[in-house]
Design a protein. Structure first.
Length: 279
């Protein structure tokens, strides 16, 4: 962007901070510019015109003024404020985690069309309350992993090459080798786990290439769900179901494990959401 100019963009408020006594510092997630830090003057005042467009999770068309390294909010036309998020604490905490993950996976000055669309579609799904939150959360995580270059290979065993790693003899169970982003058949996984069990206490298990060993058991239904999410059109990515409670839990928890280990960081918002859900 140029050193000084006015410009207009759609954007979603994914972060907000207090700035001085009356102002806010916002992070907007935009399609063309990725993350933009924006100062909203007077946004903490009840009668200020920026109060609503500067609220967390507001999606609006923003007129911005950029001068040097700073960007100020000039005006906004609200598209969707997502008021339903504040009516249920689990919705609010899940939305916060999704926003934090979207921030982590986007950059300043880099297009973020896919991540923004994914975030908006997910917030709409959370607000409607029709789909299980575990399904929404897992869908966001797996789809975001694919957009960010961590697409898992969900076909043959990446160790022995066995066609379709899901052996019928093992009830269709196979293992996702998280850090290698590929499936492992039950036989190869058993060998890996037996070797890892012989390690001294405190040792970090690694594979033959020195990559940390994290294996997640997945059944056929969960693998099919992950494949669907990665391949579906954006407007159809929630058009599936998992009727088994255990499969919903696995789909969601495996998504968290996969994306956080590849990003090499945790999220306080995820920990808070899980704490609330387990109460």
């Amino acid at each position: 962007m140029e050193s000084q100019r006015d410009f207009v963009t759609d954007g979603l408020v994914v972060r907000e901070y207090e700035l001085g006594e009356h102002d806010k510092m916002l992070t907007l997630l935009t399609p063309a510019y990725g993350r933009i830090p924006v100062i909203a003057k007077g946004a903490r005042s009840l009668r200020n015109k920026y109060m609503t467009p500067a609220r967390l999770f507001t999606y609006a068309n923003y007129e911005l003024h950029r001068r040097g390294d700073m960007t100020w909010l000039r005006s906004a036309e609200i598209i969707e404020p997502f008021p339903q998020l504040e009516r249920e604490i689990t919705r609010l905490y899940l939305a916060q985690y999704l926003a934090d993950l979207a921030c982590e996976l986007s950059g300043e000055g880099e297009p973020a069309v896919d991540i923004l669309r994914l975030t908006l579609n997910s917030l709409y799904a959370v607000c409607r309350g029709v789909k299980d939150q575990r399904l929404i959360k897992g869908t966001f995580e797996w789809r975001a992993a694919g957009y960010s270059g961590y697409l898992p290979e969900l076909g043959d065993c990446h160790v022995c090459g066995a066609a379709d790693a899901r052996s019928k003899d093992d009830g269709g169970i196979c293992y996702l080798d998280v850090m290698n982003g590929a499936l492992m058949c039950a036989s190869c996984a058993a060998g890996r786990m037996e070797r890892d069990s012989a390690l001294p206490p405190g040792a970090i298990p690694v594979d033959d290439d020195g990559v940390r060993s994290i294996l997640l058991p997945l059944d056929r239904a969960v693998i099919a769900a992950i494949k669907y999410v990665l391949e579906a059109l954006p407007e159809r990515m929630f058009a599936f179901s998992l009727s088994n409670e255990a499969d919903l839990d696995t789909f969601s928890s495996a998504g968290s494990t996969y994306i956080t280990h590849h990003l090499e960081r945790g999220f306080a918002s995820l920990a808070l959401y899980n704490e609330i859900m387990n109460m």
